[in-house]
Design a protein around this ligand. Structure first.
Ligand SMILES: Cc1cc2nc3c(=O)[nH]c(=O)nc-3n(C[C@H](O)[C@H](O)[C@H](O)COP(=O)(O)OP(=O)(O)OC[C@H]3O[C@@H](n4cnc5c(N)ncnc54)[C@H](O)[C@@H]3O)c2cc1C
Length: 408
């Protein structure tokens, strides 16, 4: 016996959870299959990281209804300062100049999980199937059958559309034999919260250093979230440093713009790769979030891009009679292609050019930063990119409006 759904989402992390919330007021019965118990401290998606949410992402979260639960603890980014250590030249982006309240917001992943779960748990349309691991799926023509393993045994589910929101190494993507383009950057991100003696309120820093790009995102007061990219061969060394040695190494790379680095919290490491699926759907399965594109975090774009996947998928689903129809999924791929290509190129370019220390590249980078600072058009483009407003397709969610369901 199969349990019947309209849409099954494999992966109830940042992206699967957000998609389920966006579909919660729609006409369909949704199931979210997640390996880790919801709310568990070791849930891998809602972990210690903080996310730089673009202004456009705020609009999407507003339309979905979870922004009020995040807004009080979301730290606004009012300025972005991009620089290259050892070279003259910096680019600045300013919220006032762009006529917006904030360029973006810094929010803890765990907080996003905390905002999503009550909404999903109270929805009459969403079933949380967890802990449960999707083991196999089979295209049955008009539907897709799914086998999940739970602590109480195997369950068989069926839906018209299966969404793969199962992360960078998506088992579903592999099962469907969807080819990927992969690039191992041979870099890892070290993340930690740090505090400084002279904070620059509301300023996010992106600094390109000889050991890799380093981002400091404001958390409010003297606290900052650090994302420091390291070459794989040096990451163990950095992680093994005592806190004071770590802070000294950071001080050396970042300089004294915010006075002295005073303290560092728990450090975690994430290996970095670019993984891009060469198509966004097959049979009745569609890919979103990291399953579709896993990016270098240098420009803080991964989740923001994924929210625009969610917005575009919701747009095409509002018009659909059959959510898994190939025409619907083809349209989704068509809408996502340009934004995805642009963001992947931009991120990949930054990850490569700013990681290399060839002397002439230093001058090119410095000239690029000066140009981006001085040229209003380039500055506006940089700002729109950072605000997540350069998406191309103007989805309803991205403009802050709730979806209108044709079937309701
Ligand atoms: C260091 C770092 C910093 C970042 N900073 C930013 C930033 O500032 N801004 C930004 O926009 N993005 C940022 N990102 C990117 C962002 O974290 C990701 O885009 C986002 O977490 C992707 O979420 P996801 O739900 O697609 O995948 P995941 O977070 O990997 O979630 C996948 C979920 O699927 C579940 N799952 C997997 N397989 C199965 C299965 N078979 N059955 C059931 N469940 C399954 C897992 O348990 C997990 O919960 C950063 C990433 C890193 C590594």
């Amino acid at each position: 016996m199969h349990e019947e759904f309209d849409i099954l989402i494999a992966g109830g992390g940042m992206v699967g959870g957000t998609l389920a919330a966006a579909l919660a007021n729609g006409p369909w019965r949704i199931g979210v299959i997640e390996s880790r118990p919801f709310g568990a401290v070791d849930q891998p998606s809602f972990d210690e990281r903080t996310i730089a949410l673009a202004f456009g992402s705020r609009r999407i979260l507003e339309a979905i209804g979870i922004w009020p639960a995040l807004s009080k603890q979301a730290a606004p980014i009012l300025h972005i300062h991009v620089s290259d250590s050892g070279h003259f030249g910096a680019a600045h982006v300013d919220a006032k100049e762009q006529n917006v309240q904030a360029l973006g917001y810094v929010v803890a992943n765990r907080l996003i999980g905390g905002a999503l779960m009550p909404l999903l748990a109270h929805s009459k349309k969403v079933d949380l199937i967890s802990p449960a691991t999707l083991e196999a799926s089979e295209n049955e023509g008009e539907s897709v059958g799914v086998r999940v393993r739970t602590p109480d045994g195997v369950r068989h589910l069926r839906a018209r559309l299966l969404v793969a929101a199962d992360g960078s190494f998506s088992p579903l993507r592999s099962d469907l034999k969807i080819p990927t383009r992969e690039e191992n950057y041979k870099q890892s991100a070290v993340i930690a919260n740090v505090s400084v003696s002279h904070p620059a309120p509301g300023t996010a820093f992106e600094r390109f250093t000889d050991s890799g790009p380093l981002a400091l995102l404001p958390l409010g007061g003297e606290r900052y979230s650090l994302v420091w990219t390291q070459r794989t061969e040096t990451v163990e060394e950095i992680m093994a440093l005592e806190d004071t040695e770590f802070l000294n190494a950071l001080q050396l790379r970042f300089g004294w713009r915010m006075g002295r680095f005073l303290a560092v919290g728990k450090r975690s490491v994430y290996p970095l790769m670019l993984i891009r699926a060469e198509r966004a759907w097959r049979d009745r399965t569609v890919l979103v979030g990291n399953a579709l594109h896993s990016l270098h975090p240098v420009a803080g774009q991964g989740f923001n891009l994924a929210l625009r996947d969610v917005a575009a998928l919701v747009d095409v689903l509002t018009e659909a009679d059959d959510p898994g129809d190939s025409k619907v999924l083809r349209r989704y791929q068509h809408l996502r292609e340009p934004d995805m290509t642009r963001v992947i190129r931009f991120t990949d370019f930054l990850a490569r050019v700013f990681a290399r220390r060839a002397p002439f590249l230093g001058h090119v980078r410095a000239a690029g930063l000066l140009l981006a600072d001085w040229n209003p058009l380039l500055n506006r483009l940089l700002a729109r990119q950072n605000m997540g407003l350069a998406a191309g397709h103007p989805s309803r969610l991205l403009s802050g409006q709730e979806p209108i369901w044709r079937q309701n």
